[in-house]
Write a protein that binds this ligand. Structure first.
Ligand SMILES: [Zn+2]
Length: 64
């Protein structure tokens, strides 16, 4: 059974875990945050949000 998913209709790419990375792993225990994998990406509480930021970035880039 294939694990591939169809590309995102918004950014035209298939989302994957590499879109986001955890930050704050060695900081206070209160918080791991996630950031999309591009400079100046905002910190998010969930990986899903950070992935969405990456999606937004790709989608925006194609518009410009
Ligand atoms: Zn997308």
């Amino acid at each position: 059974m294939s694990t591939r998913r169809p590309p995102c209709p918004r950014c035209g790419r298939t989302h994957h875990a590499g879109y986001a990375r955890a930050v704050g792993l060695f900081g206070p225990s209160e918080g791991i945050r996630y950031r999309a994998h591009y400079p100046d990406a905002p910190e998010r509480r969930t990986r899903a949000e950070a992935v969405q930021d990456m999606c937004d970035r790709y989608a925006t880039k194609e518009d410009q």
